[in-house]
Design a protein around this ligand. Sequence first.
Ligand code: S3P
Length: 168
Amino acid sequence: MDANTKRHLLLTGMMGSGKSTVGPGVAKALKWDFYDLDAEIERTAGKSVAEIFSQEGEGYFRRLEYECLESLLGSPRPSVISLGGGTLLDERSRAKVRDHWVVWLDLAPEELWRRVQKTQRPLAQKDFEAFRALYAARRPVYRETQTFYLRCDHLDPDQIVHRILPLV
Ligand code: S3P
């Protein structure tokens, strides 16, 4: 599919990269729908991401994540979708998003870590070294899938939105 036939704009990147913060601003400016994949998963499961991880395990969460992504991508209306940091680890998900814009929001791992400390992320419960290892392991996956790379360290959410808009 070429740029003219792409339909959805997806935000990817590590936990704490700002996907859920920036997504609504991009959607509003484009007058597109907005979806947060984690929120869709929570709605479908009737419980929080943290509860799904602790009660059903990561495998169950990933299956739900794939199903919710597939369903959102099936929408005929253009939308902005904030993915979870691990969504694109699934090869089937990577194959699905190839038909759309994929924007990778990247930041220094130290700053990502600082941000996720304030939240309940099941995969950020250990120490910074474990988090940095996850970041390093995922970078090739984000790199392989992205259609646009945006380093966000010194940008506020509005500036990030304005860098994304010309892409579509
Ligand atoms: C995850 C990231 C989270 C959420 C889940 C797993 C990951 O989303 O999907 O906790 O594997 O990186 P955010 O990236 O929105 O925090």
